[in-house]
Design a binder for this molecule. Structure first.
Ligand code: C5P
Length: 229
């Protein structure tokens, strides 16, 4: 690897990875790459084209033809699909649900992993490094990352956060329902044949159920400062 620093943040849905990664990248002056947004963008493209979500050939073609750009923004980063701002649309419950099929597609993963490696290695060169967040960053995308964080939080905490997000977006739900969804997503994320979420012997495991996003990002930042690599 060239002399860029790669910070991998993996963990289950709702552990706060996106906001922590964004804040941490800002503190470090690094590029932030939200890989979940890339899977979501391909999902949106597939839904719009009414593709068969179980047909790898169709999905592969869609992934190949999807130009996905991640741009820094406040309070949220922006995501463009073939030049169109889809930042909001990729976060709907429909896309969240359907994204499990896209995440299961081996050819799609191949395409997106290669793009993430390219972004991490080359696009981040001017920044000195990149913070990538997802499920398989420390295992498949950058197994040689200098820092591999595994950000965890209890099911209860993650469900409460998710419920608040849904309420903010104007979608009604209940804690019970959201907890069941969080557990189901964990199950899918951890048991995927390729690109499944798992800790490695090098993972720096942190459970930040009781921390705010800012405190959590600060913990990671201090770890990196105190452990230069
Ligand atoms: O993290 P987020 O909820 O945005 O992820 C969207 C979808 O992409 C989920 O289904 C998740 O399992 C999948 N994903 C993945 N690999 C990654 C990042 C996300 O399979 N590196």
């Amino acid at each position: 690897m060239t002399n860029v620093i790669i910070v991998a943040i993996d963990g289950p849905a709702g552990a706060g990875k996106s906001t922590v990664a964004k804040t941490l990248a800002k503190k470090l002056g690094f590029l932030h790459i939200d890989t979940g947004a890339m899977y979501r963008s391909v999902t949106l493209a597939a839904l719009r084209q009414k593709a068969d979500l179980k047909n790898d050939l169709e999905l592969e073609k869609i992934a190949r033809e999807s130009k996905i750009e991640l741009k820094p923004g406040e309070p949220e980063n922006m995501v463009f699909l073939n030049g169109e701002d889809v930042s909001k649309e990729i976060r709907t419950p429909e896309v969240t649900r359907a994204s499990a099929h896209i995440a299961n597609s081996v050819p799609v993963r191949k395409i997106l992993v290669a793009r993430q490696q390219q972004m991490g290695r080359n696009d981040s060169a001017t920044y000195g490094g990149a913070v990538l967040e997802g499920r398989d960053i420390g295992t498949d995308v950058f197994p040689d990352a200098q820092y591999k964080f595994y950000l965890d939080a209890s099911v209860e905490t993650r469900a409460e956060r998710r419920l608040r997000d849904l309420e903010r977006a104007g979608t009604a739900s209940t804690l019970e329902k959201v907890m069941a969804e969080v557990k189901a997503r964990d199950e899918r994320d951890m048991n995927r044949a390729v690109g499944g979420l798992r800790k490695t012997s090098e993972s720096i495991v942190m459970d930040h159920s009781d921390l705010t996003v800012d405190q959590s990002a600060e913990e990671l930042f201090q770890y990196i400062r105190q452990n230069p690599r």
